[in-house]
Design a protein around this ligand. Structure first.
Ligand SMILES: [Zn+2]
Length: 335
């Protein structure tokens, strides 16, 4: 991305092993993230930035210290590089690994090949070579599914709970899927887009709220005996969506917030009297990857349906435009 709105596919030098803990992968599929739209829309500074942080692929080469993946393995990786051994990783927060770095900043996986640092701690091999039909779902595990799952866990979605989901993008939809898998009794999706509503229902939404802001909050209260939801997933990152999530949560309830926060300011006194739990941030996808890969492998979940447009890598610019104009929920790029 040379500047806002300016995405071009260009030749780069092939990546090489630099550290003994690196792996080089041939990217089978990558995709465009909702978070890539912030710089695309000029809402985050950007200049000549390599792009992409979601990826699945085949290991082509490994450094001498790599032990957990081998050449030829099909792998899924998180959007944050992690050693998976430090104290923070071991507590389940690999997205804040003391040796962590964001794939989007330095690797850029909207590409044919990528160098993955700390391969042992970052990549997870699938049980075998996947059927082509499983690739979109495995790719989803790399970010949107893992992020939606973390949001649902952070919001303490579970049996008997009413879960409300703010945001009908890919992460919000994956939050619906996760809430369902975690056993939520009722799942309220907030969406006014018929296609996204249909997908939300497919993933397990039981109720739909079209209203936004304070009207949306009033609807959630109406559906929950005036109390608010037990668990609320915030998957947008704006002032409006964050306040909608906080105000939709009942006292004692939990908000899992995973929308990348942009100019959000929280009113302290309102938070004080809300009596709720707030838990969020960049999702530690690596924590969930082994379980998510297994669920996909066993065909128990079908997260790949969030990809509604597939383009060859060379047409990435069209993919950005389609997502920017909300013509596509999520774009898969084939290398
Ligand atoms: Zn770590």
């Amino acid at each position: 991305m040379h500047a806002a709105g300016d995405v071009r596919v260009e030749e780069r030098e092939d990546p090489k092993i630099i550290e003994p803990t690196d792996a080089i992968i041939r990217v089978t599929a990558s995709c465009i993230c909702g978070s890539d739209l912030w710089p695309y829309r000029g809402l985050e500074p950007v200049k000549d930035q390599i792009m992409g942080h979601e990826y699945v692929g085949v290991v082509e080469e490994i450094g001498p210290e790599v032990k957990n993946v081998k050449v030829g393995d099909f792998v899924v990786g998180s959007f944050v590089i992690s050693d998976n051994t430090c104290e923070i990783c071991r507590s389940g927060y690999q997205s804040r690994c003391v040796h962590g770095e964001f794939v989007s900043a330095t690797v850029g996986t909207q590409s044919e090949k990528a160098r993955i640092p700390l391969a042992d701690g970052t990549l997870v091999a699938t049980p075998g070579q996947p059927d082509p039909g499983l690739i979109p779902s495995l790719l989803a595990a790399s970010d949107v599914l893992g992020t939606g799952w973390f949001a649902a866990v952070a919001a303490e979605a579970g049996p008997g709970k009413t879960v409300a989901v703010v945001g009908d993008g890919a992460v919000g939809l994956m939050g619906v899927l996760a809430a369902k898998q975690l056993g939520a009794a009722r799942i309220i999706a907030m969406s006014r887009n018929p296609q996204r509503q249909e997908l939300a229902r497919f993933y397990g939404a039981t109720d739909m709220v079209q209203e936004r802001g304070d009207e949306g909050v009033a609807k959630i209260k109406e559906l929950t005996n005036g109390l608010g939801a037990h668990s609320v997933i915030e998957a947008v990152g704006t002032q409006e969506s964050m306040m909608q999530a906080i105000r939709s949560t009942r006292p004692g309830g939990h908000v899992g917030f995973v929308g990348v926060s942009h100019d959000v300011e929280l009113p302290g006194l309102e938070l004080f009297f809300a009596d709720i739990h707030l838990h969020g941030g960049p999702a530690p996808v690596r924590r969930f990857l082994p379980d998510l890969i297994q669920l996909i492998w066993d065909r128990k979940i079908d997260p790949g349906k969030v990809f509604d447009l597939t383009l060859p890598l060379e047409e990435a610019a069209e993919g950005y435009q389609a997502m920017d104009e909300r013509r596509a929920i999520k774009v898969l790029l084939t290398a």
